[in-house]
Design a protein around this ligand. Structure first.
Ligand SMILES: Nc1nc2c(ncn2[C@@H]2O[C@H](COP(=O)(O)OP(=O)(O)O)[C@@H](O)[C@H]2O)c(=O)[nH]1
Ligand SMILES: [Mg+2]
Length: 257
């Protein structure tokens, strides 16, 4: 069989499941660390519940993903996960889901591993959201997940420091109300409200327009040129305000086309 014939014959086996995201659908990818409980507690012993070095590795990984060829308008990270919102008109690879999922998992794993100096792998999934309200709900969901995780994690690690073993700490927290968890922390001298916002809300990364000085060699003049920089927001708004923030961000890109 000639190569061309073999190529056509075999190609169908790897492309028969291919599908694309319909135009008009908003795309959000979520990239999550694989086995990061072990990586953060046994292999590397990052500070628990929150480690700024780990946080910075995640932020750098988000920035890399926002600069690796796709048109990502918003990046968000909490714990070991990253969410990316694509420009409504994103059209790379004909919006083929296989490409987005595999490339983003690969790029995240490569960047994070290079920064860490050890293997850290990520998986990826893609949400296809039919309207802007669901985009708001998606990010609010992850925002509130961060809040809930932060409360649980602070309670858990306080108890561990107080000589509770893993099983005892977990069962003590299970079934406790939010008020009771706050009270537990308060008894250890911690006011949950005063903990850093990034731990409770996650971190947002988005583009900001800036003016940069450039040099025009034709007429030997210094000129101001429009550039865009990635801005890292450690104090995101919450609940309805966060919804508004996401809606405004999407509308800004929708207006610009
Ligand atoms: N020590 C430490 N662990 C973290 C930090 N951020 C996230 N993690 C851990 O990352 C894990 C993320 O949860 P999950 O994705 O469900 O676990 P996985 O399936 O093992 O990756 C949890 O065990 C978190 O405690 C951090 O700043 N410090
Ligand atoms: Mg994980």
């Amino acid at each position: 069989m000639k190569f061309d014939e073999l190529d056509v014959k075999m190609r169908v086996y790897e492309t028969s499941q291919d599908r694309c995201v319909l135009p008009g659908m908003y795309m959000v990818a979520r990239i999550d660390g694989r086995g990061f409980t072990r990586l953060t507690k046994e292999v590397h012993r990052f500070e628990a519940p929150f480690d700024e070095k780990f946080r910075d590795l995640m932020v750098e990984t988000v920035k890399h993903l926002m600069n690796c060829g796709f048109n990502v308008i918003y990046g968000y990270t909490e714990s070991d996960e990253i969410s990316l919102l694509f420009h409504p008109d994103e059209g790379l690879f004909g919006r083929k889901t296989r490409k987005y999922i595999s490339i983003l998992a690969g790029e995240a794993s490569a960047k994070f591993s290079a920064l860490l100096g050890n293997v850290g792998a990520f998986d990826c999934r893609l949400s296809e959201l039919p309207n802007i309200h669901l985009v708001g709900d998606y990010f609010r969901w992850r925002n509130e997940d961060a809040h809930r995780n932060a409360l649980n994690a602070h309670c858990y690690w306080r108890l561990r420091q107080d000589n509770f073993n893993a099983r005892e700490a977990t069962s003590k927290i299970e079934g406790m109300s939010i008020a009771a968890k706050n009270e537990l922390l308060f008894q250890y001298g911690i006011n949950f409200n005063n903990l850093p916002a990034w731990q409770k809300r996650g971190i947002g990364i988005y583009w900001k327009d800036v003016k940069k000085e450039g040099f025009n060699p034709k007429n030997n003049e210094h000129v101001l040129v429009d550039r865009r920089n990635l801005h890292t927001d450690f104090t995101l708004p919450m609940r309805d305000e966060y919804d508004l923030f996401i809606h405004d961000l999407v509308n800004k890109y929708e207006d610009k086309g």
